[in-house]
Design a protein. Sequence first.
Length: 286
Amino acid sequence: MTQPRTVPNSPLTVATVQATPTPGDVAGNAVIAADLIRRAGERGARVAVLPELFLCAYHPPVLAADPAGTDVAADPAGMVADPRLDPLRVAAREAGVTALVGAAVRHPDGRRTIAALVVDHAGEVRVGYDKQQLWGDERELFIPGERGATLLVDDWRLGLGICYDGCFPEHGRAAALDGAHAYLCPSGYLAGSEHRRDLYYAARALDNTMFVVFANAVGGVDPWRFNGGAAIYDPEGRVLARGADDGTAVLVATLDPAVLAATRAAHSMLVDRLSDQGGPRLSMAG
């Protein structure tokens, strides 16, 4: 992986979403997601990011009790043909939006992953990325993904992460070194985590001088109550758009390649980064 030397030629308008899915209701949540995608398209977005596990809702008791009903199946090529997702296909096609939608995915080899589905503007649905960093009890239900992924829209390179991935500087850095201009993170942050929610993704933006698009669930019932705050950050970690801690919202911002170029010229951490941190660390008494 190498430091990116180019920036896109044209701006890209993106949307991030906070909304409340119903635990276990994949078909019903797909209808809600389709409406949110249409709303994003009506506001000029080319890309829309919905929360982690949105299609089944982030509710571990339901996910454990009904894996067959809450999962969607992928074929060996990573394509998803589940008819419950037809509203997504239609909405993305009609709105001309590429959407990232969280789901629990069953792979042909039996692996169950937390995934970001890519619903492209032609209406095709595929597994875009499987979450690599599983959090807490997620390890009892899911298998971690094995590799990073980048979504290409026009000449924009959009690195993909999911929630806890974004808590690891190495994850965002790997995307940036692979040429990412922005980092898309569908997430599920619980009430009480507002400080960390607002810090991690701004930091990933500034660490890597790239835009960050953070989506989050909202609402629900304790202990699975989520805190919204969906946001879009510029490459210095400044907020371009942010939702409240409650309520459904579709937030839109335009990612400007001139801002990306200026930030990377002024803050050259990716260029100046050492290939390693030297030999054994020096230890000394104080």
